[in-house]
Design a binder for this molecule. Structure first.
Ligand code: HEC
Length: 152
């Protein structure tokens, strides 16, 4: 009896792992439809909306529109207000890898105020948050972003 437990456990774990990967591949193939011309899916945009509302909107606005009257105007402490991420400021200058880096490290190491999210959000959540705010970009801004490195 005692010897059969590890075997049983092994079978159960193997079944769980198999079950999970099957479920994952089903989920991705069902949701694979990319937004036209974009790197992300509509699922990422809707996941991203939830992430954005709970972690980013307080500073960047619920539609990533920014909350400061002028995001280019330094605050009294010398830092900048949170910029809009909806394509009106300059987030489109940064390729995906750099956007992820900003989200991971925040701005505090550079004298800014944005907190680091490296340990707060999963990679999926970070990418989804980006998909959410990029979905406000028109095709022209998105095209310029692609010229600056885009989804690299
Ligand atoms: C406490 C306020 C605050 C929160 C919360 C916050 N940010 Fe920021 N964010 C800033 C500020 C301020 C800057 C400008 C750099 C700095 O001062 O740190 C910035 C800059 C950025 C930039 C760079 C934009 C550019 O034009 O270069 C990105 C991208 C960004 N934030 C995304 C996010 C995302 C995504 C979240 C949520 C996961 C988030 N931020 C949460 C305050 C915040």
């Amino acid at each position: 009896m005692a010897r059969s437990i590890p075997v049983t456990l092994f079978v159960v774990i193997a079944a769980l792992l198999l079950g999970c990967s099957e479920a994952d591949s089903r989920a991705t193939s069902a949701d694979q439809a990319k937004e036209p011309g974009r790197w992300y899916t509509s699922t990422q945009v809707s996941t991203g909306e939830t992430v954005f509302q709970s972690h980013c909107a307080v500073c960047h606005g619920d539609k990533a529109q920014g909350l400061a009257a002028d995001w280019r105007q330094k605050l009294d402490d010398g830092s900048f207000p949170p910029p809009p991420l909806n394509g009106k400021a300059h987030a489109w200058h940064h390729p995906l890898s750099l956007l992820i880096q900003v989200i991971n490290q925040g701005g505090i190491p550079l004298g800014g105020k944005m907190p680091a999210f490296a340990e707060v959000l999963t990679e999926d959540e970070k990418l989804s948050a980006i998909a959410y705010f990029q979905n406000f970009w028109d095709d022209e801004i998105y095209g310029s972003w692609q010229q600056m490195g885009g989804a690299n």
